[in-house]
Design a protein around this ligand. Structure first.
Ligand SMILES: Cc1cc2nc3c(=O)[nH]c(=O)nc-3n(C[C@H](O)[C@H](O)[C@H](O)COP(=O)(O)OP(=O)(O)OC[C@H]3O[C@@H](n4cnc5c(N)ncnc54)[C@H](O)[C@@H]3O)c2cc1C
Length: 366
């Protein structure tokens, strides 16, 4: 059995950010840190691929420049039925392919001396007073601290008994071919957020993100249902997605339709147990847009700092982690977005959205 100080489960944005932060802060600890990753890079990750300026600022803090092929977005078009308004800002976000982005980020962690074992899924863990025993499909490890960064279906979270199924957002996505020379989204570098599905009980929106896969333009289309109001009835997402695509003259190709959950961050819930911290989608993200890359980077960095503090003090209770995350810039941002999501995705009636969109249009112009 090999011993490590810190073992990170999952090499998505949260896990890789945690690994890079550890190596940046304490280079000697990098070789005593292990990342186990279920997949082998480059691996697919269902995602719109929208990397915000906030995410890029965090990457700059990590000194991890991720210069992968991207499509720059200069305008956000928000619509509800026949009302819309467009917010313009140069490089408001860039659309990447996650298989390229995540592989490059994991590589940055490796370059800093952190060991990354791919194709090695965690299957179980046991905590005791001296550390954590981690079983993967290939072996057993011992670590003083484990960071669970294994995504929305986190096995680490499940093993801690902290799973809550009423904090889960639903997302569906499909890539469609596009004639980029004629598509206004490509010509004007515009991402579309269509809130029309709210009228049918979706607590979210339909999106069109112009994207490029292996040099070929494709449209990344999806639907996001935050379920930030779990007390309300669940919308039938597939027929709603079907109709949104039909309105754009696209037939839903079931063979290529994919779905994946997100977890929305509940500041009052536990996100750690003694010796184990959760980060990224394993902890949760914001329920307004479902933007998770920046938040995964952010909480990955917070978890890394928490692990380093524990090693320095010899106190592995992580009793303060929930408060620290909740009152971090991430926690404040997510609380604000959750409050807005409650208002926007409440059962308001069409007049509310029409009035809201008209007001925004009047304030910002088209
Ligand atoms: C359809 C869809 C569209 C989205 N669009 C956007 C967007 O445009 N912009 C944005 O900012 N966010 C978007 N998100 C959210 C974003 O993808 C996530 O918030 C982000 O990936 C979270 O990063 P993470 O590192 O926490 O988890 P993940 O990216 O899910 O990474 C977790 C890693 O853990 C590994 N893993 C899982 N289980 C195990 C195990 N047992 N053992 C070892 N490794 C394991 C996985 O293979 C994976 O590599 C979208 C999400 C979905 C589902």
């Amino acid at each position: 059995m090999t011993n490590y100080d810190i073992l990170i489960v999952g090499a998505g944005p949260a896990g890789s950010a945690a690994a890079i932060q550890i190596a940046n802060r304490q280079p000697d600890l990098a070789r005593r840190t292990l990342v186990v990753e279920k997949a082998v890079f480059p691996r697919l990750k269902l995602c719109g691929g929208g990397v915000t300026t906030h995410a890029d600022a965090l990457l700059a803090q990590l000194r991890a420049n991720i210069d992968v092929p991207a499509f720059s977005i200069h305008a956000l078009k928000f619509t509800y039925q026949d009302v819309d308004f467009t917010f313009r800002m140069q490089n408001v976000f860039r659309v990447v392919r996650r298989e390229e982005f995540d592989a490059a980020l994991a590589q940055r962690a490796r370059e800093r001396g952190v060991e990354l074992r791919e194709g090695e899924a965690l299957v179980d863990l046991q905590r005791d007073d001296a550390g954590v025993s981690v079983q993967t499909k290939s072996g057993t490890y011992r670590a003083k601290v484990v960071i669970g960064a294994d995504g929305a279906n986190s096995v680490v979270r499940q093993k801690l008994g902290l799973m809550r199924w009423d904090r889960i957002s639903r997302l569906m996505e499909i890539l469609t071919p596009i004639d980029a020379a004629r598509a206004p989204e490509f010509i004007d570098h515009t991402a579309v957020f269509d809130f029309t599905p709210i009228a049918r009980g979706v607590q979210g929106y339909y999106w069109d993100f112009p994207s490029v896969k292996q040099g070929v333009p494709v449209m990344n289309r999806g639907v996001f249902d935050s379920r930030v109001r779990p007390d309300r009835p669940r919308a039938e997402l597939k027929p709603i997605f079907d109709d949104a695509l039909a309105a754009r003259q696209i037939e839903l190709d079931d063979a290529h339709l994919q779905g994946h959950p997100e977890r929305w961050f509940d500041a009052s819930a536990a996100h750690s147990a003694p010796r184990v911290l959760l980060a990224g989608d394993a902890a949760g993200t914001e329920p307004l847009f479902g933007e998770g890359i920046s938040h995964a980077l952010n909480v990955g960095m917070i978890a890394a700092d928490e692990a380093l503090r524990a090693l320095a003090r010899g106190d592995f209770s992580f009793a303060d982690y929930q408060r620290r995350v909740a009152w971090s810039a991430f926690g404040r941002r997510v609380r604000f977005k959750r409050a807005v999501a409650h208002v926007v995705y409440g059962n308001r009636g069409a007049w509310f959205y029409r009035l809201g969109f008209s007001t925004l249009r009047w304030i910002f112009g088209k």
